[in-house]
Design a binder for this molecule. Structure first.
Ligand code: PEP
Ligand code: MN
Length: 370
């Protein structure tokens, strides 16, 4: 999938001081006092560079707190004046954009429910034509990478090039420890396809509960993500939205202190050793594939022999014995049992396909002869 995106890297539009961008603030602005107190406490944490607050809340069901609306933007302005913290707000329609621009919000973000709807994203894009403001785009609720990239393309087409992605996990109907499944392969693929694009992880909406925040934040750092968006509240117990995932500022301080920052690239010695090990891996993979090709050739030979002797493709007893012996071998070699089983199943599935093809060909050839 090729993209024609023209995006500035994060450091070109936000001074991150070479560090991951830490965004924090309440899920929702609830009152002037709650917002200012949270913001003042966060301003004491030097890593926090951008303050977030939901002003209009996209709720799953009606008749629950839907945000304070425009008045909250005045409180944000006040916070910015007092602390110097830059601010970001979720926008879901052109009226939200207009209100944010009028009130000097620094960065906009598009929420997961909005990204999922191309009509809404296009309306937002149209309202941003000719405006120079950074926009962060959360992944759509469901794991659709093309739809996520499509949102970047729509904004890019109207001239927005200061953009970042926010990875907030994906909805699943299954019961898991997470509120939203991280599915890390999707943001990693997004980074691969759009090289300049910064991806910021939102552990709060992935985890849904405080206990998991540290490990998911660490994982994001280990995967070289470009920042974290962590919800915080001066008194999470009484928060009107997402109470179980918001952190008290003092606990955010602890979480950030406990993060281990590993480098994506290391010193020259380290790079040389890494280069050597990667070279070795390249050769091992070549051997692995050569061996697989030899196995395929043997499978074909057996397939022809089975065809000539009218034997079924699959013999259950043989399969059972083979699995048992290979799992034993794997165990001796200290390989993970589940991994070996999955690998054998995959290899066997492929063998069955090859031999079925051979059988089908034989039938056609017979038909031709008749
Ligand atoms: C939020 O950031 O508070 C929010 C509503 O998130 P999402 O769009 O990821 O659900
Ligand atoms: Mn929230």
């Amino acid at each position: 999938m090729g993209t024609k995106l023209n995006i500035l890297s994060l450091s070109e539009w936000f001074d991150t001081q070479g560090k991951p961008l830490i965004i924090s603030g309440p899920c929702s602005a609830e009152s002037e006092e709650q917002l200012l107190e949270t913001g003042r406490a966060l301003a004491q944490i030097s890593e926090v560079k951008l303050f977030r607050a939901g002003i209009w809340k996209p709720r799953t069901r009606p008749d629950i707190f839907e945000g304070v609306g425009e008045i909250g933007l005045q409180w944000l302005k006040q916070l910015k004046k007092e602390t110097g913290l830059k601010t970001c707000v979720e926008v879901a329609n052109p009226q939200h954009v207009e209100a944010c621009l009028k009130n000097d919000v620094d960065v906009l973000w598009i929420g997961a429910r909005t990204t999922a709807n191309p009509f809404s994203v296009q309306e937002l894009a149209d309202s941003l034509k000719g405006v120079d403001i950074p926009v962060m785009i959360k992944n759509p609720l469901h794991p659709d990478l093309k739809l996520w990239i499509g949102a970047f393309e729509r904004l890019n087409q109207v001239g927005i090039n200061k953009m970042a992605a926010i990875h907030r996990g994906f909805y699943t109907y299954e019961k898991t420890p997470f509120r939203n499944l991280p599915m890390w392969e999707i943001p990693i693929e997004l980074k691969r396809l759009v090289p300049n694009l910064a991806v910021i992880t939102d552990p709060s909406h992935i985890c849904g509960k405080r206990e998991l925040l540290q490990s998911i934040s660490q994982k994001a750092m280990d995967l070289a993500m470009d920042g974290l968006m962590l919800e915080s509240h001066i008194n999470p117990e009484v928060a009107l939205t997402d109470a179980s995932q918001q952190l008290e500022p003092k606990n955010l301080r602890i979480l950030l202190d406990n993060l281990v920052h590993r480098q994506e690239y290391g010193t020259e010695d380290f790079e040389n050793l890494l280069e050597k090990l990667r070279f070795e891996i390249d050769h091992i993979d070549e051997e692995l594939l050569t061996i697989l090709a030899r196995r395929v050739a043997k499978i074909e030979e057996i397939g022809h022999y089975k065809k000539e002797n009218n034997i079924t493709v699959l013999q259950m007893d043989r399969l059972r014995q083979m699995m048992i012996s290979r799992l034993k071998m794997g165990k001796k070699l200290n390989l993970d049992n589940k991994f070996v089983l999955k690998l054998l199943q995959l290899v066997h599935k492929d063998s069955i396909q090859i031999q079925t093809q051979i059988m089908l060909k034989s039938k056609d050839q017979k038909n031709e002869r008749v």
